[in-house]
Write a protein that binds this ligand. Structure first.
Ligand SMILES: Nc1ncnc2c1ncn2[C@@H]1O[C@H](COP(=O)(O)OP(=O)(O)O)[C@@H](O)[C@H]1O
Ligand SMILES: [Mg+2]
Length: 412
């Protein structure tokens, strides 16, 4: 497997940028210069690692070199600003209104510092997905709609035909929403931006709408792209209509990306998928403007059977009555995640039953151990019966009714 080193590079870049800023604010010329050169070096490595962005990174490397050369002037200049006119302001040119010489230098600085931070973070959210549609049991309607959307987006077509640009997946936890997004990205081999809404909000509180813009510009650059925003409710908790100003800005940037106003090149595939376990927490603006909604429900009997088969796929299931098992799972309100846990527990029960000597085997040298085989037998009902005792669905009938009711009123 190829190891992706760009994630660590982005975080070293972030650290070096921060250290540069601190050194500059503290008037430490030597350290500031050193850090600017380090940023330049990282940019050059990134240029090599990401051929599609080579020119952009090389340009930034040059800018950092220029900043390194000018750092002495920049710092001395700051020290000469008369007392009382914002001398101690940390960010040059950040709205304190002080006119200084060397305007060119400072705007370049702002650009290279601020732009990079958001773009770097956006690009660090790129994940790799190996999930395929076949790894998902049931959810036929959701899979079909997503496949159709992707196909329409990719095909040549008249201009007035536009695929959905955003799909909101909602339903109880553990039902496969994240899995669906990963399968869409994995089967397309698309660039997959995997975002946890609350993490982004807490990291960039107040500036998260800038991150959203950077995110979509990175997604356009790396298309075909899937932007997946998990726990979407964290962005738009409606709490009696009272959401914070920064969430509101973030939301409106995001929704205008979805409206496609900023995306002139409609031939590029850029699909936004979002997921929430608590659709009733969403802001009304999201309800009316998110293009497509898909309810992701608990698996029915057929789906339970499929999901069980997926999770025991290379084991012998010929002695199992899968219909009976699946009915019991429906009865217990199991989600896909519960089914996965059930299968894991049942397989574990089989392993313990058939391999009584595991603890003494663990004393063997590894070379010896790796020559031996684990005893594996066909799965039996008793293993599942014992597993049923351990796996409890966290969902109550009342909670499930809440999803139904919400779907009737707002979904679709
Ligand atoms: N429909 C499904 N088919 C196969 N496995 C599933 C399904 N739904 C859930 N799972 C299993 O449960 C895990 C958690 O599912 P996830 O997609 O994270 O749920 P959600 O995002 O809806 O909370 C998955 O990694 C997968 O192993
Ligand atoms: Mg999830």
């Amino acid at each position: 497997m190829k190891v992706d080193l760009t994630g660590p590079l982005y975080s070293s870049l972030e650290n070096a940028t921060e250290e540069y800023k601190q050194a500059k604010a503290g008037g430490d010329i030597g350290q500031a210069k050193k850090k600017a050169l380090e940023c330049s070096r990282i940019m050059k490595v990134l240029a090599e690692k990401i051929p599609s962005q080579k020119d952009a990174y090389l340009k930034k490397a040059e800018k950092w070199e220029r900043l390194a050369d000018n750092v002495k002037n920049t710092i001395l200049e700051r020290k000469n600003v008369p007392i009382g006119s914002g001398r101690e302001s940390r960010k040059i040119g950040s709205g304190t209104g002080n006119k200084r010489g060397g305007e060119h230098g400072s705007s370049e600085e702002d650009e290279v510092e601020a732009g990079d931070e958001f773009i770097s973070y956006a690009e660090s959210l790129i994940a790799k997905s190996n999930v395929r549609w076949d790894d998902i049991g049931g959810l036929e309607e959701a899979k079909l709609l997503m496949k159709e959307t992707i196909a329409i987006a990719g095909l040549q077509k008249p201009e007035s035909i536009k695929p959905w640009k955003g799909i909101m997946l909602f339903g109880p936890p553990g039902t496969g929403k994240t899995l669906l997004a990963a399968a869409a990205a994995g089967s397309l081999d698309a660039t997959f931006f995997d975002i946890k809404a609350d993490k982004v909000l807490s990291k960039y509180f107040g500036e998260s709408s800038k991150l959203v813009s950077a995110l979509y510009s990175a997604a356009r650059k790396h298309s075909p792209s899937i932007v997946f925003i998990d726990e979407f409710d964290a962005i738009s908790l409606s709490r009696e209509g009272d959401i914070s100003e920064s969430s509101r800005r973030l939301l409106s940037t995001l929704l205008s990306e979805l409206d496609g106003l900023q995306d002139k090149k409609s031939d590029r595939l850029l699909l936004t998928l979002a997921a929430t376990n608590t659709p009733w927490d969403l802001d009304p603006a999201v309800l009316s403007r998110f293009p497509r909604w898909i309810k992701v429900s608990l698996p029915d009997k057929t789906a339970c059977k499929e999901i069980i088969k997926i999770h025991i796929k290379d084991l012998d299931a010929s002695k199992l009555d899968l219909d009976k098992l699946a009915s019991a799972c429906v009865e217990k309100c199991y989600s896909g995640r519960d089914l996965q846990n059930l299968c894991q527990q049942a397989v574990w029960n089989m392993i313990q039953q058939e391999n009584k000597d595991l603890d003494s085997l663990a004393d063997l040298p590894y070379a010896e151990l790796s020559k031996r085989k684990l005893n594996v037998t066909p799965l039996k009902h008793e293993y599942f019966e014992a597993a049923f005792e351990k796996i409890r669905s966290p969902l109550t009938k009342e909670q499930l009714d809440k999803y139904e009711k919400w779907d009737k009123e707002f979904g679709g």
